[in-house]
Design a binder for this molecule. Structure first.
Ligand code: PAF
Length: 283
């Protein structure tokens, strides 16, 4: 596996791969790779010829009081995992390489509609930061496809929309969440959790599941179900940020036209904020 730090060097390598008729897939990450990320690499590997994984802790998507400085950086272990998964190229740019003119001067990408609720409320500017870096990575790599985890479901929809709106010819693949045995969704932020908090955190998925089961059994009193779930989360010593049932495409409250439901949840536990979701078709 090769590592490229400069955009122009990466472009050169991609030009060669393309001239050999290879299809290219991009897996954007912020590093601290866990099994969930490796699934993205494997899925990309199965379907495309040349796999680029980017590791870039994007300052633009962190709020002032967030964990940018403390975000886990485990480069050597990440490199080893990528080599094992037969990733072809690691793109490892510096902040200077990506935002040479400074963060304030950066042109940004704003995706309206989908970024008005859920994580945007407690993380203002977060999705603009995500949309901007992802668009920039798409323009640098010009991949045929890109892979994202569905744990960050709102992020996935935002990226899918920006790809459509900006007419980018990139297939966006959403890959199912990888979970620990307890049901806890894998996340780099799980590293911040003590053993005890990790056990508590597993209740988020339990609440998502029991809410989904209730809806599948015909309960349509969504407000009451959300209220019940928030009470359950508090009982498990988790502080709910949001727990909401919505239309899986629009992220708006379900309507009579809704076919797919998404239930999105975010909780505070210890110093961490964790998110998860569950999606299903209405019968
Ligand atoms: O999901 C992530 O790790 C990040 O938000 C992403 C998509 C790599 C953009 O920085």
């Amino acid at each position: 596996m090769q590592t490229q730090k400069k955009i122009k060097d990466l472009r050169q390598i991609l030009k060669t791969a393309r001239s050999q008729g290879k299809s290219i897939a991009l897996v954007p990450t912020m590093g601290n790779l866990h099994e969930g990320h490796l699934q993205l690499i494997r899925q990309a590997r199965d379907r495309y010829d040349f796999i680029v994984c980017s590791i870039f802790v994007n300052p633009l998507q962190f709020g002032e009081k967030e964990d940018l400085g403390a975000y886990p950086r485990t480069l050597e272990a990440d490199r080893e995992s990528l080599r094992r998964e037969k990733c072809d190229c690691l793109f490892l740019p510096s902040v200077q390489e990506i935002y040479g003119d400074g963060l304030e001067q950066q042109t940004s990408v704003n995706v309206p509609g989908l970024t008005e609720n859920f994580c945007s409320t407690s993380r203002p500017g977060h999705f603009e930061g995500v949309a901007t870096i992802v668009t920039k990575l798409f323009n640098i790599v010009q991949p045929d496809a890109s892979f994202f985890g569905l744990k960050d479901y709102q992020q996935f929809l935002v990226i899918r929309k920006l790809t459509q709106d900006l007419a980018l010819e990139i297939a966006i693949h959403g890959i199912e969440t990888h979970r620990e045995e307890s049901g806890l969704a894998m996340s780099s932020r799980n590293n911040y959790l003590s053993k005890q908090n990790k056990e508590k955190a597993a209740s988020l998925y339990k609440c998502l599941r029991s809410c989904a089961e209730a809806i599948q059994q015909g309960n349509t009193d969504f407000q009451q179900l959300e209220k019940k779930a928030r009470t359950e989360l508090k009982k498990a010593s988790l502080e709910p940020d949001y727990f909401q049932i919505c239309d899986a495409e629009s992220l708006q409250p379900p309507s009579t036209d809704t076919q797919h439901i998404a239930i999105l949840g975010a909780v505070f536990v210890g110093k961490s904020r964790l998110i998860d979701n569950i999606r299903f078709q209405l019968s």
